[in-house]
Design a protein. Structure first.
Length: 145
């Protein structure tokens, strides 16, 4: 039970970072963040809204002309973020200024998970957790006859 709890904390506290995409073409299923050009942002206003700087999502398909994304989030030039629910958008290659892929940050995940597990353990000890169950079930009751 304890190991399952620790594993759950580690999985729930996973940290991710974006790094420049190494491959020239992203693979289907890969999570990416595309920075749009000014012209690309203007051309895509009808599909994603005005003044969008970044589009984040999962790659559905990709070719030399562009990529199809299942959009999860967009960010405006003013820094406002908006969650999306997997709507499909085609990003022409010419509309993309830069592309980054989402990667698990082992250092950040380890640090955050360690802090969470340590904090939970400290709370457990402070609240009197000692692994034994105390109580009067089956003991005590009334005195003898």
């Amino acid at each position: 039970m304890y190991r399952a709890s620790v594993l759950a904390v580690v999985l729930l506290s996973a940290c991710y970072t974006y790094r420049p995409l190494v491959e020239p073409t992203p693979l289907p299923g890969q999570r990416v963040s595309a920075q749009l050009t000014s012209e690309g942002s203007r051309d895509l206003t009808g599909e994603i809204g005005p003044e969008v700087l970044h589009v984040e999502g999962d790659v559905l398909s990709s070719d030399s002309d562009g990529m199809d994304l299942e959009v999860r989030e967009i960010e405006s030039v003013r820094g406002f973020r908006s969650d999306w629910h997997g709507e499909h958008v085609r990003l022409p290659r010419i509309a993309v200024a830069g592309l980054q892929e989402r990667k698990l940050s082992l250092g950040g995940t380890t640090l955050l998970s360690g802090a969470l597990v340590g904090g939970l353990f400290a709370m457990y000890k402070l609240l009197g957790g000692n692994g034994s169950s105390e109580g009067s079930a089956g003991q005590g009751g009334r005195g003898g006859n």
